[in-house]
Design a protein around this ligand. Structure first.
Ligand code: HEC
Length: 108
């Protein structure tokens, strides 16, 4: 019985998460065709810094976080951190920004 309740709670949560996710991306999904970021620094400055340089999210630069960890968090989200789908940040851009963040910073 307990197990069944947990299952219902988990699927309820997933349903809400999926709904919220599509509401979020509906507003953001317009990069236009042929759009490309210049480099990881630009992606960080234009997307991540909005929260991560504004005390909304924790500091992520200069902590030598592994790039693979950063990529996983961005794709899946983590508590208050929203997930970004490939229509929002494509794989190549995500790899660039993750490398940029995991490197030791020179300009901040
Ligand atoms: C809308 C605000 C927002 C944006 C935009 C955002 N983040 Fe986050 N991020 C957060 C918050 C808030 C947390 C803390 C999540 C928690 O633990 O509740 C977080 C956590 C993280 C973590 C985990 C940090 C740790 O201490 O383990 C990583 C990695 C991360 N974000 C990467 C990124 C990257 C890369 C981008 C840009 C592509 C980005 N975030 C954009 C809000 C944001």
């Amino acid at each position: 019985m307990k197990k069944l309740k947990l299952k219902a709670a988990v699927s309820g949560f997933l349903f809400t998460a999926i709904l919220m996710n599509s509401a979020w991306s509906a507003q953001e999904e317009k990069p236009g065709t042929g759009f490309a970021w210049k480099d990881g620094a630009e992606i960080y400055a234009k997307i991540c810094a909005y929260c991560h340089e504004a005390n909304v999210g924790p500091q992520i630069r200069n902590r030598e976080l592994p790039a693979i960890y950063i990529r996983a968090i961005v794709r899946n989200g983590s508590r208050a951190m929203p997930a970004f789908r490939s229509s929002e940040i494509d794989d190549e851009s995500l790899a660039k920004v993750a490398d940029f963040i995991s490197q030791k910073a020179s300009q901040y």
